[in-house]
Write a protein that binds this ligand. Structure first.
Ligand SMILES: NC(=O)c1ccc[n+]([C@@H]2O[C@H](COP(=O)([O-])OP(=O)(O)OC[C@H]3O[C@@H](n4cnc5c(N)ncnc54)[C@H](O)[C@@H]3O)[C@@H](O)[C@H]2O)c1
Length: 454
């Protein structure tokens, strides 16, 4: 099948590359000329495990192409994916300017080139209920007719950054929202090779498909947030959230996943999707109270360790060196959008700390982020070449992302080279008693703390 993918970010690049791996002819379009030039020269522009192998094969076997020209990708395509940003607007709603702008451009190109034939336009971006209808309107405005010249399908993406290639190649389910039998058949044919193990392709109307994506992300964000609140309460009553997690996760109605307490969720999806669903509800006159709480609790959770740092080192952190392990919003990605680590760093720098951070993949993206929105306050941020280097001479170490390499470091080496052996574990990666045995003052999320002097 011939496919166009508009937007070559985390979703578009992974999706386009995986469609090419299945033998399809794929052309990815992006307006970012530097990004397209890099991709054309054979360089993958994001860090995503497993992507490079498929990417290189797609290019080598001439199935995967990149361009800045929408027309070049659109002309031969049977299916056109819109994998465009939908960032939060000022009021929290999803900003649809990119999606609707491209839909308008597609409408213009199709009306000028009637011989390009029927196209299936697919909303791959996470978009509010009613967007498929708005995309239809944007294209029909150019004198075209849905059902005849084109159809619009809602096909939300459920991939997780860090395991995006696996998720795309073997999705647990594929949701296809359309009332058009013709478009539904084409989409089913496209996705069948990805669900050969029997996972379902679920056909539904556009509105339900759009809502499915928001419902999924909001429920997952709620589950994490609930567990973070349980952890905060565990701290107050002397319970251990790890034990509670095992105690409840074995209940099949609850399940073991997404029950890990920590310093909050981040990323490009959960925060903005919860906000957008909350906004949709409000527009309809419905007060979706849980979502408001999820957002508030998560904001507070990101800096839940700061009062403990202050208690240990004082309100004024000038002259204190603090190591931060992990910058990405979660392991196995270089994505730092809404990363809790950044809030921690901002809070430390505001109090004068000299922060030294290490992340195996997310230093460049962090540098970009702090260039766009600089740190405020007397403190500073620098980057170390390794986790050990970051901890050398530090008065405290904060674990902000649970990269595997942080789980079993040489903790004696870390302890011996720190100025003070104090660890704030924002992701519960270490065993509390083991840390206490090694002589650390150790504090984590929802588990007993240990003081080196005790
Ligand atoms: N990142 C995820 O894990 C994930 C998962 C599921 C769904 N989503 C959703 O998918 C959508 C895309 O997310 P992402 O993380 O890939 O975004 P991204 O910001 O990484 O990528 C978007 C790309 O679109 C390009 N672009 C912007 N305007 C364009 C235009 N007019 N023409 C062509 N290209 C244009 C940008 O240059 C960028 O490369 C969002 O709606 C997001 O909510 C993301």
């Amino acid at each position: 099948m011939n496919i166009a993918v508009v937007g070559t970010g985390y979703v578009g690049l992974v999706g386009g590359t995986c469609f090419a791996e299945m033998g399809n002819q794929v052309t990815c379009v992006d307006i970012d000329e530097a990004k397209v030039a890099k991709l054309q020269s054979g360089t993958v522009t994001i860090y995503e495990p497993g992507l490079e192998v498929y990417f290189e094969r797609g290019i080598r076997e001439n199935r995967l192409h990149f361009t800045t020209e929408l027309a070049e990708a659109l002309e031969p395509a049977e299916v056109v994916f819109l994998a465009l940003p939908t960032p939060p607007a000022e009021d929290g709603s999803a900003d649809l300017q990119y999606v609707l702008g491209v839909a308008d451009h597609i409408g213009r190109l199709l009306s000028e080139n009637p011989d390009w034939g029927y196209k299936v336009l697919v909303d791959k971006s996470t978009v509010p209920v009613g967007t498929a209808r708005r995309v239809i309107d944007a294209v029909e405005k150019h004198g075209l007719k849905a059902g005849e010249h084109f159809d619009v399908v809602s096909n939300p993406e459920f991939l997780r950054e860090g395991v995006a290639v696996d998720d795309f190649m073997k999705p647990e389910r594929v949701v296809i929202g359309t009332d058009s039998e013709r478009a539904g058949d084409i989409m089913t044919r496209l996705y069948e090779p990805f669900v050969r193990s029997g996972n379902p392709i679920i056909l539904m109307d556009e509105e339900s498909a759009e809502m499915t994506k928001y419902a999924a992300n909001s429920l997952l964000a709620t589950k994490i947030t609930f567990m973070n609140e349980i952890a905060n309460l565990c701290d107050l009553v002397g319970a251990d959230v790890d034990k509670v997690r095992r105690g409840i996760g074995t209940d099949s109605r609850i399940g073991p996943k997404f029950l890990y307490a920590g310093i909050g969720f981040g990323g490009s999806c959960f925060p903005k999707d919860v906000q957008a669903l909350h906004r949709t509800a409000r527009e309809k006159g419905y007060d979706f109270k849980i979502l408001q709480s999820v957002l508030e609790v998560n904001d507070e959770q990101k800096t839940v360790l700061i009062p403990r740092v202050v208690e240990a080192l004082g309100e004024d952190l000038s002259g204190k060196r603090i190591a931060v392990w992990g910058l990405a919003f979660k392991p196995h990605t270089d994505d730092v959008r809404e990363a809790p680590s950044h809030e921690v760093i901002r809070a430390l720098a505001a109090r004068g700390a000299e922060v030294v951070a290490f992340d195996p993949e997310a230093v460049e993206t962090t540098q970009d982020a702090f260039e766009r929105q600089p740190l405020e306050g007397p403190g500073s941020l620098s980057y170390a070449a390794s986790a050990y280097e970051a901890a050398d001479g530090a008065d405290a170490l904060i674990v902000a992302t649970e990269w595997p390499e942080f789980r079993r470091p040489d903790l004696e080496r870390v302890r011996d080279n720190m100025r003070q052996p104090i660890v704030f574990d924002g992701r519960n990666v270490f065993d509390s008693k083991h840390m206490a045995g090694l002589g650390f003052t150790y504090s984590s999320i929802g588990r007993p703390s240990f003081s080196a002097e005790a």
